[in-house]
Write a protein that binds this ligand. Structure first.
Ligand SMILES: Nc1ncnc2c1ncn2[C@@H]1O[C@H](COP(=O)(O)OP(=O)(O)OP(=O)(O)O)[C@@H](O)[C@H]1O
Ligand SMILES: [Mg+2]
Length: 374
């Protein structure tokens, strides 16, 4: 008899792709989606904040694609590094194709206008100025509003650039004028704060900011069990609990550890199996996520991260111990502590202590960073 082909590893430790196995975040996805559909004012402008690998792209992609399936919604995904306003104008026109033609028939004078847009937007290579783009966007939003079409714009990985700021100030005018447009953006915590605190962007401080919390461990355990069971394999309950704890609720860790557990063999996954894959799991975390996180820190932040790792005992570091190790920088310790908390890398633990939020991060600093410092 032919042996059944081994089932493909269902875990997906890669960034920016909707994974096959998904841990529900307390219905966050459906809450955002529902509130957008009911036009809850608070959700009109929503910022999703989280560290690298916490699941921002997956979350906004889920919301965007489920709204895009609705006939009364037009969803436009933009990225920080393109000409946002002209692209929005183009995509709005393309996204409402068919509608625009019909829409504008009854309004003789608009017809001319829209033809203008069509011609202009059709020529991909020609630059549409931001001012023209804005006028076109307003005209189209007016028409769409009449047709009761809602527009969702998403921008993943927000950064504070002049383009984003110009887009944000136009967006601010559009919502003031009561067009049916909503904005869902995501970014690293400090990047979002930088944009929110920029001059002229204060309206973003009133926006709905959602901090991505760690995945709920009992939910992680259940997903591990389900992932194996539904594919004819088994993970023992105590092994699933041990695995869940090892992820610390970090989304990328959930996929990485799941991936390694699946690869570990075809038998039942026991606690021993879990322990045996820890080295490979750590390697995946360190190389594919933590190296990048570390590289993106400023020189000073790195010094403090190293000081915290050196002060680590058990699963936490004493703040005063960390201060001692940050030689000559002790005066800045509180500033950097707050900054690292703000960027989601550490959290206050018991009084006087901090801990890294990501699993094995102290281990990473100690073994993959410190020995190679100059
Ligand atoms: N709810 C979830 N359940 C399980 N896995 C998830 C979940 N959300 C994200 N992931 C997984 O976590 C990893 C990171 O997800 P994602 O790319 O969305 O993170 P991100 O916050 O956008 O990261 P970056 O800041 O690098 O862009 C991916 O492997 C993805 O499959
Ligand atoms: Mg992302």
């Amino acid at each position: 008899m032919e042996k059944a082909v081994a089932e493909r590893n269902p875990f997906s430790p890669s960034f920016g792709k909707i994974p096959g196995i998904f841990v529900n975040r307390d219905n966050l996805t459906s809450t955002i989606k529902d509130r957008l559909i009911t036009h809850d004012d608070l959700y009109q402008t929503t910022l999703v904040s989280g560290t690298r690998g916490s699941g921002k792209t997956v979350l906004i992609t889920e919301v965007a694609s489920s709204l895009a399936r609705r006939p009364d919604w037009i969803v436009i995904n933009l990225s920080s590094d393109e000409d946002i306003l002209p692209t929005l104008a183009r995509k709005l026109y393309a996204g409402s194709a068919g509608i625009m033609g019909k829409l504008f028939k009854p309004f003789g004078n608009f017809k001319v206008d829209i033809k203008g847009i069509g011609a202009e937007l059709g020529r991909e290579n020609e630059t549409l100025t931001e001012v023209d783009a804005r006028i076109n966007i307003e005209n189209m939003l007016q028409a769409l509003k009449r047709k009761k079409k809602s527009v969702l714009v998403t921008i993943d990985e927000i950064i504070n650039t002049p383009r984003i700021r110009r887009f944000a100030s136009v967006y601010q005018i559009l919502i003031r004028e009561d067009y049916d447009i909503q904005l869902l953006m995501s970014g690293l915590p400090h990047k979002l704060s930088e944009l929110q605190n920029d001059e002229g962007m204060t309206f973003l401080l009133r926006a709905n900011r959602i901090e991505l919390e760690p995945l709920y461990l009992p939910e992680v355990k259940e997903e591990y069990e389900g992932a194996f069971a539904s594919r004819g394999r088994k993970i023992l309950p105590e092994a699933a609990v041990a695995a869940a704890k090892l992820t610390g609720g970090y989304a990328f860790a959930f996929q990485s550890l799941g991936y390694e557990l699946w690869e570990a063999g075809s038998g039942t996954v026991t606690e021993e199996t879990v322990n045996s894959v820890i080295p490979a799991y750590k390697k995946m975390l360190f190389r594919n996520s933590y190296q990048k996180i570390y590289a993106e820190l400023s020189a000073k932040e790195r010094e403090f991260v190293v000081a915290i790792a050196e002060a680590y005992e058990g699963n936490r570091a004493s703040f005063s111990e960390m201060k001692k190790r940050a030689d000559g920088q002790a005066n800045y310790a509180s500033v950097y502590r707050n900054r690292l908390i703000g960027s989601g890398l550490i959290t206050p633990a018991e009084r006087g202590y901090v801990r890294f939020t990501l699993p094995f991060f102290a281990d990473f600093i100690e073994n993959d960073i410190v020995p190679y410092l100059d």
